[in-house]
Each structure stands twice: as structure tokens, then as C-alpha cells.
Design a protein around this ligand. Sequence first.
Ligand code: ATP
Length: 222
Amino acid sequence: MRCGTAVHGAPIGLLGGTFDPVHHGHLRPAIELLERLGLAEMRLVPGYAPPHRRPPRADSGQRLRLLQYAVAGAPGLVVDARELRRGGYSYTVATLRELRAELGPRPLCFVLGSDAFLGLASWYRWRDLETLAHLVVMQRPGHALRLDDELAEWTTARQVFDPAALRGRSSGLILFQETTPLDISASRIRRLIAQGRSARYLMPNSVWECIANEGLYGYPQI
Ligand code: ATP
């Protein structure tokens, strides 16, 4: 089903993730999509307990604090902590339902990297996502988009090539949007820190300073 005839307002973007910790591979694409898609804002939505992976290393309060440092002074980037407040498994479909109820027919763009998109068909009630939001997929270095038959067919039927199309309806379209390729991952950052190496410049300095000050991810405490 494709939703939305009368839509009002610029789209809202959502980038969900564990953000354990947030890094430039999240932030630079977020800003680029904000501008290229003409979003009213890009919300970074940290998950409490991701259903598909091990629990985050840093606790909710720490990850939230790092995100707040990351977006401070960046117009249009906003932290939305609803999944942390809700607790339990952070199902995207539940978050999008809440937002849809709050925002009415305004277009919602759920943003995900190619690695996450490749696993979409394993998400809880993934086929409902299109009734709630558009999907915007950014290519992540090292995660070529080789879709299996089911996801390829589903995608082809919904794919658009012009970002302007996302403004004309509330949900239901898929856009692959180029962003600056940054081969940065939170797991590599955690590994570096645990090995006593520097992860500086892979994230905003304020985030790095907070990790160091609070001794997160095994940062050596003096
Ligand atoms: P980890 O290494 O712990 O798995 P991560 O770096 O992948 O973490 P997440 O918080 O899991 O970060 O990612 C949130 C979202 O951001 C996902 O949709 C993911 O695909 C995307 N993403 C993360 N890093 C990048 C990157 N370097 N380039 C593009 N997209 C990214």
C-alpha cells in the first residue's frame, strides 16, 4: 500500500542506530541528506536494545550524552531519545508508528546504510515500514548492494531516483542517495580504544573528549 495524498511540510529524516559511539560516518551523511533531500530536520534516534545484535557497550545515558555533544551547534541535527525512554527492544516499526501519529501526513524518511538495508527482510514487521515512511539508503563502503531476489523485487517496485518525489507523499518510496563514503564504524572505534590506540578524528572532538574524560570503551583511566 502506498500512503499519502495530501502531504504538508518538508520531510523529517530519521537515522536510527546504536551510536555506540556516534562518529563522522553517521554525521556527515546526516548533514548531506538534510540538505539534499530538503529535510526540515534529521533526527538521530539511539536504540535502547537493538533486536539484531549484542547489547551496546556504553549505557543509554552515555550514548545519549555523546550524541548531544555531536549535534551541538549543528543546525537541523536533532537527537530523539524516544527509544531510550521506551526501553525494551527498539523496533523501528514501533518508533515510526509513534512518529506517524504525532506528525500526521508529513513525509518521513527513514535513513539506513547499505549494510542495514541488506538485512531489512529480517526486521520485525518490515513490510509495514513502507506504510509509515520512505526509505533512504546510503551506500556504506565495503557493503555492496547485492540484494536477494525478494528484497530486490520489493525495492524495484518502490524505487525513485529523484529526491523531490519524497516530498509528494507521506511514505512508501525508496531512494538510494550518494553520500560521502566514510569507512568508519563504531565497532572499529571500540576496538581501537580497547587496544589503547587513538580514535581521534573519527568523530567530533567533543565526542572524543567525552569518551576520554568518562573512560568509555576501556579508555585508560589514570
Ligand atoms: P557498529 O560498528 O557497532 O555495528 P555502526 O558504525 O554500524 O556500528 P550504527 O549505530 O549501528 O553504527 O549505525 C546506524 C546507522 O548508520 C545504520 O543504518 C548504518 O548502516 C549507518 N552507518 C553507520 N556507519 C556508517 C558509515 N560509515 N557510512 C554510512 N552509513 C553508516
